[in-house]
Design a protein around this ligand. Structure first.
Ligand code: ACM
Ligand code: ZN
Length: 529
């Protein structure tokens, strides 16, 4: 089989088809001090493959070294010569990525390799994957499975979406009801089966350690001030009008959000983040901040009082006020802060907060301006990098061909593209099987956008590698979407879109409308009296 690597390396030269190295149980591993993570990864891979420890009694050697094979952080060089494989990394992560490349080659080559030379380094230093565990709970083992697959793709940021309207998954000792009440919903969109689950503090720490072992940072997200119905269900005082709600069962943007008028909301959230920053030690916190309807704020006396006190012109400024206050709180603790980009507003959160670009509400020119003016961006444009969207809407080809380098971004501005992240939202992804179908093979394309230099990315070449890539995935027990589903022809495309839109034929949309009408009628009337 033709050997290939995803994401595509900077430079790859394969001597001839004739194998010069066969990796057997006899191979001896030499790992220099400081290459522990790479060594552990290699040992896990080889001992699983050989169903036991290596004997190290043969003449073949596999060396893991630290050096300066290239100028870039996280870079490495891999050589295969007669009886000797050498991986030299610029740093520990570099050696680790060399091992990931080697794993792909070994799987494709049935553990026999020809002479070859690869030298490689990443285009971006933030290469992410987001898993939404708020809508559906994924077990600790499933999360770890995804972390392993991230490592295989040389991704280094696990963005963990831990809360949403449909579930709060992160156990916090100071607010135990968040998980005791907020992690349970009575049913889900398409069935009447209850759904629940959360991660204990110990489990989250275990996952963080697991990720660190694989050169991956963990960025937790507690999404506020919108997407908080599960939190309000546990602590009604967090909402305007102290509403008594149950955890959301359906998808869709909810009108009940945090009350920004009450100081108690801030005391509560600061305490949440105090605990969160003890568990997640990688120095980055995601605030969420997306999709916040202002209907409740418009009629809440606390919110209106705050607006008057602070001289705010509209509720959009209240949204910014909340995010800025929490962001500053976290920055003072030494954390970097990220949030989803939303609409362009007159008053925006300070440019020290990085935006994760996701939607089309800000046009590309506004994004370019913001980037040129110094704000950092993680690119997760829904039209290419939202992995829950059906292949009929976001095909593999579309994901691959998307370019984050929008018109109008200056050379300096480009430096503010911190990286690329693929996002798996799970409103309609109840289990690992569906998750794998959605994520693969698109994550392969995203990994090339994140790792491979723009001038080396080539869709035709990527397609030639898919056979080998599917073998690598299958070796790891992954069931990707078949290619005919991932790049659907017109009929399949139409079917995919129709199947997706069945989500609209439910009562949730209507419920949002009637509920809002009733809230308005009740509280606006009280106001009049
Ligand atoms: C988002 O998709 N609401 C970030
Ligand atoms: Zn309020």
């Amino acid at each position: 089989m033709k050997l290939s690597v995803i994401p595509q390396p900077d430079f790859i030269k394969i001597g001839s088809d004739e194998p010069c190295f066969e990796l057997t149980r006899l191979c001896e591993i030499e790992a220099e001090k400081g290459t522990d993570k790479a060594e552990a990864e290699l040992m896990r891979f080889l001992s699983a493959h050989f169903e036991g420890e290596l004997l190290g009694t043969g003449k073949e050697r596999l060396r893991l070294l630290l050096g300066e094979p290239c100028a870039e952080k996280e870079g490495y060089r891999l050589t295969v010569e007669r009886d000797c494989i050498t991986i030299t990394g610029n740093d520990e992560a570099g050696v680790f990525y060399g091992v990931q490349t080697l794993k792909q080659l070994l799987i494709q080559g049935s553990f026999k390799l020809p002479e070859l030379l690869i030298s490689d380094s990443p285009a971006f230093h933030c290469r992410g994957f987001m898993l939404d565990c708020g809508r559906y709970f994924f077990t600790k083992e499933s999360v770890m499975h995804f972390i392993d697959l991230m490592a295989l793709h040389k991704l280094n940021e696990f963005h963990w979406h831990l809360s949403d309207d449909q579930g709060f998954r992160c156990q916090l000792e100071n607010q135990l009801l968040l998980t005791e009440i907020g992690s349970y919903r009575s049913h889900t969109l398409f069935n009447s089966i209850p759904h629940q689950g959360y991660y204990t503090k110990a489990e989250m720490k275990e996952i963080v350690d697991y990720a660190h072992e694989r050169c991956i940072r963990v960025i937790p997200e507690i999404d506020t001030p919108g997407h908080v119905v599960s939190m309000i269900a546990a602590y009604p005082f967090l909402s305007c009008f102290d509403r008594s709600l149950t955890v959301a069962t359906h998808w869709g943007i909810k009108n009940d959000v945090l009350c920004i008028g009450k100081e108690s909301t801030f005391e509560f959230m600061e305490s949440v983040f105090d605990e969160l920053t003890e568990i997640f030690t990688d120095g980055v916190i995601h605030l969420g901040g997306d999709e916040v309807p202002t209907l409740r704020w418009k009629i809440c006396p606390h919110c209106q009082r705050r607006m008057k006190q602070e001289g705010m012109k509209d509720e959009g400024e209240l949204h910014t006020y909340y995010l800025q206050r929490i962001a500053s709180y976290l920055q003072k603790k030494g954390f970097e802060v990220r949030m989803w980009n939303d609409r362009k507003k007159e008053k925006m959160v300070d440019s020290s907060v990085a935006w994760q670009l996701w939607n089309g509400e800000m046009d590309k020119k506004e994004v370019a301006d913001e980037m040129n003016n110094g704000r950092g961006f993680i690119i997760s444009a829904a039209e290419a990098y939202y992995l829950d969207l059906p292949y009929g809407q976001v095909s593999l080809k579309k994901t691959y061909e998307y370019s984050p380098f929008y018109e109008g971004i200056t050379k300096e501005g480009r430096k503010n593209i911190l990286g690329i992240e693929g996002c798996l939202w799970t409103e309609f992804v109840p289990d690992i099987k569906k998750a794998e179908f959605c994520v693969f093979p698109r994550l392969g394309a995203i990994s090339e956008a994140a790792w491979t230099k723009e001038e080396k990315r080539n869709y035709a070449m990527f397609c030639e590698k898919l056979n080998g890539y599917y073998n690598v995935l299958s070796y790891h027990g992954v069931e990707p979407a078949p290619l005919k589903a991932a790049n659907p022809k017109p009929l399949r495309k139409a079917a995919s879109l129709l199947y997706w839109e069945r989500r609209k034929f439910c009562w949730a949309g209507l419920y949002n409308l009637t509920d809002n009408y009733l809230v308005k009628r009740k509280y606006a009337k009280e106001e009049e009296q």
